[in-house]
Ligand binder design. Structure first.
Ligand code: PDD
Length: 295
C-alpha cells in the first residue's frame, strides 16, 4: 500500500528519504510521545476536529508543546492531502515526540518537539465489515492513563500479537474480568436492544468513532449505556462489536471459543454501520449497508 512521498514535519514538508532522527530521540528511547490515526474517505478527512482536539489533549497531559498552533496544524494537514494529491481512501499517521536530546528520564530543559505525519492508502475492510471478525480475550496490563494516545503501546502490541497467533482480528482487553476496550479499538456489547460500553474514564482511549457511535445511538433511539460489562456478560450477549478509525463499526462473531448469539452480525450493529457510512459521507455506490446493498 502506497505511502505518499510528502511528509509533514515540525518545520515543513520533506520527502520520505529526507526524514531522519538522531538515535537519542525520546520517542525512540522512551516512547515519550503521542499520536493520532485519522481516516480519509475519497480524499477528505473524517472526524478531523475530534482527532486534532484529542491530539492537543494528549499533548497537554504529558506536557508536550505541539509545534503548530491549532489553526496552522489544520492548514498543514489539508496541505498534506493536497501535496500528495490524495483522492481515495487513506489514513494519516501523525506523531509528536518530546524531541531529540541526550538520554535522561527527566525532561531536558530546552527541547523542541519532533512531529511527522504521513499518508498511506487504506481501503475499507469490506469483507470483515460484512461478515464480522473473531477475537480473543486478553489481560489488560496497560498503565492507568490510556486516555492519552501515547506511543507506549507495548501492552496493546502484545495483546494484538496474541490475537494474531490465534488467527483472530482483535483482543478484547479486561481487568479482572471487566472489559475495558480492545488492543486498538473500543468494545461494545448489545443486550435487549441496548448498547453497553466502558465509561470514558482515564483507563480507556476516548475513541473518536466511539463518540459518533453514541450520537448514532441517540439518533436511532438506541439506549447507549456507559457501564462496564464483564467477560461473563459476553456469554448471553445479543451482539458484540468494536469501533475505530480503521475498523469503523465491526461486528464480532466469536470471542475465544464462544460464538455470540447466532454467530451472525446483528441488527443493532448493522444499523450503526449504516449510520457510520452516512456520517462519513460515503457515496452511495461505496456503501455496503444501504438498504439496497443489504438485500
Ligand atoms: N487505534 N482504543 C485504542 C486502544 C485505540 O488504539 C484506538 C485507535 C481506539 C479507537 O479510537 P478512534 O475511534 O479514535 O480511532 C480505541 C488506532 C486506529 C491505531 O492505533 O491504529
Amino acid at each position: 500500500m502506497t505511502i505518499y512521498n510528502h511528509i509533514l514535519t515540525q518545520d515543513d514538508f520533506v520527502g520520505q528519504d529526507e526524514l531522519s532522527y538522531p538515535f537519542e530521540e525520546r520517542g525512540l528511547q522512551f516512547g515519550d510521545g503521542i499520536y493520532e490515526v485519522i481516516r480519509i474517505y475519497g480524499g477528505r478527512y473524517y472526524l478531523i476536529n475530534e482527532h486534532v482536539e484529542r491530539l492537543y489533549r494528549s499533548a497537554a497531559a504529558i506536557k508536550i508543546q505541539v509545534p503548530y498552533k491549532k489553526e496552522d496544524l489544520y492548514a498543514k494537514l489539508d496541505e498534506l492531502l493536497e501535496k500528495n494529491q490524495v483522492t481515495g481512501d487513506a489514513k494519516v499517521y501523525l506523531q509528536i515526540t518530546r524531541g531529540s536530546a541526550p538520554r535522561d528520564h527527566a525532561f531536558p530543559d530546552e527541547i523542541e518537539a519532533n512531529l511527522y505525519a504521513y499518508v498511506k492508502d487504506l481501503p475499507r475492510p469490506e469483507e470483515k465489515l460484512k461478515n464480522g471478525v473473531t477475537t480473543i480475550t486478553h489481560d489488560d496490563v496497560r498503565w492507568d492513563w490510556c486516555y492519552i494516545k501515547s506511543l507506549n503501546l507495548l501492552g496493546n502490541v502484545l495483546a494484538k500479537q496474541a490475537a494474531k497467533e490465534k488467527d483472530s482480528y482483535e483482543a478484547i482487553l479486561h481487568k479482572d474480568g471487566e472489559v475495558t476496550e480492545c488492543s486498538s479499538s473500543n468494545a461494545y456489547l448489545v443486550k435487549d436492544g441496548k448498547v453497553y460500553t466502558h465509561p470514558a474514564k482515564k483507563n480507556i482511549l476516548h475513541g473518536c468513532v466511539r463518540m459518533r457511535v453514541e450520537a448514532f445511538c441517540q439518533q436511532e433511539n438506541i439506549e447507549f449505556i456507559e457501564e462496564t460489562f464483564s467477560l461473563e456478560d459476553l456469554q448471553d450477549a445479543d451482539e458484540v462489536f468494536l469501533s475505530s478509525s480503521t475498523s469503523e463499526v465491526m461486528p464480532i462473531l466469536k470471542v475465544d471459543e464462544l460464538i455470540i448469539a447466532d454467530g451472525k452480525p446483528g441488527p443493532v450493529t448493522r444499523t450503526l454501520q449504516k449510520c457510520y457510512e452516512q456520517d462519513a459521507g460515503l457515496p452511495e455506490e461505496a456503501c455496503l449497508f444501504s438498504t439496497a446493498a443489504a438485500e
